[in-house]
Design a protein. Sequence first.
Length: 147
Amino acid sequence: MDPVFAGKVNEQVERLQATPWGEIELAVAEKRRGWVRRHAGQLPARPVSPRQAYELLFFTYMGLRPEDLPVVAESETEIVWRSLNPCPTLEACLRLGLDTRQVCRQAYEQSTQAFLAEVDPQLRFSRSYTEIRPYAEYCLERITREG
């Protein structure tokens, strides 16, 4: 395992053991909203398309690789992808015997929504809890535009 990634996994293990998941979500949401505010001048003009939001969140903010997040469906109002990227939360859950369906829903779904809402209030994030690692080979996720 890459030493940088291993360090992130260890940090996530410690966080999940020491901090209530709701507190994790609040802290991550504030961090993400803060990033959007600091980069407001570099964001696309509203309305922001689901594709623009996907690229901003995963490639600009998180620094992930497009090949780790293949798009499986896209329209003007929605983008759907499979997350295959190395995930410290997944690895931490596996080590701790935690269910990713619970951890990701309670600690990371609303923080992702907070990022998107700061970019454009009409964007919505959702994740399939039947197609989520390790119960599937990928996490199926989407961004939609409401209204």
